[in-house]
Design a binder for this molecule. Structure first.
Ligand code: AMP
Length: 227
């Protein structure tokens, strides 16, 4: 028997409604643990901007706050997972969002000798999410996230991280679209908490706490599973 230690690249899922802080926290974990943030929302927005076939099919659904079809999302995800850089381990942000996606992810990981190490549910109150989302914007250059009241850049008009001066807001961050996105979350994504509980890989974090407190709770969990 060999006593060689085989380290599997960790697979971390961030579950939670829009506005829970998945993107912000995923970027922090990416830096802290050398993992790769994989956001299907970002991949879909890139496909829409590039005018690909998948992007054209996804655009109207995204603008209405609904969920893009499993087939399109799984295609985009499998493509991204085939890239070299994800071999370091991934933080899945906004994926899976349906039972079919969760099952497809399990199959994809099994083929690679991997599995979900933790699905962390960011627990928040819905009413607070509309306000959180309505005020948010990101650096157009590096994607760093900001908020009109909760997290302004230290120097007005310049990104703290890269110094970029152009910022953008998402088209689907309007209050009425956010309500549709929250509905989609509760109907199709929240049941995944029970799915991962059943597999014994579910963790929960109070995401109404400050960004720093949530980050610290997440770091503890990710340190535990990436040992
Ligand atoms: P997000 O950036 O994660 O908030 O995603 C923005 C939008 O992209 C969502 O409201 C959906 O329309 C679509 N989307 C992102 N990820 C998925 C997914 N895993 N399944 C279905 N639709 C998705």
């Amino acid at each position: 028997m060999s006593d060689e230690v085989i380290t599997r690249p960790p697979v971390i899922i961030l579950l939670g409604p829009p506005g829970a802080g998945k993107g912000t926290q995923a970027r922090m974990l990416e830096e802290a643990f050398g993992l790769v943030q994989l956001s299907t929302g970002d991949l879909l927005r890139a496909a829409v901007a590039a005018g690909t076939h998948a992007g054209l099919a996804a655009k109207a659904v995204m603008e209405a706050g609904g969920l893009v079809s499993d087939a399109i999302v799984l295609d985009i995800l499998a493509d991204r997972m085939a890239a070299e850089d994800v071999s370091a381990g991934v933080i899945l942000d906004g994926f899976p969002r349906t039972a079919a996606q969760a099952e497809a992810l399990d199959r994809l990981l099994a083929e690679r000798g991997q599995k979900v190490d933790t699905a962390i549910s960011l627990e928040v109150e819905d009413e607070a999410m509309v306000d959180r989302i309505a005020g948010r914007f990101t650096c157009a250059e590096c994607g760093e996230g900001y908020h009109d009241t909760h997290k302004q850049p230290a120097r007005a008009g310049a990104c703290d991280k890269c110094g970029g001066t152009a910022f953008k807001r998402r088209a689907d961050d309007k209050a009425e679209t956010v309500r549709e996105r929250l509905k989609a979350y509760h109907a199709q994504t929240a049941p995944l908490i029970a799915y991962y509980e059943g597999k014994g890989v579910q963790d929960r974090v109070d995401a109404m706490a400050s960004i720093a407190e949530v980050r610290s709770a997440l770091r503890t969990i990710v340190s535990r599973v990436s040992d």
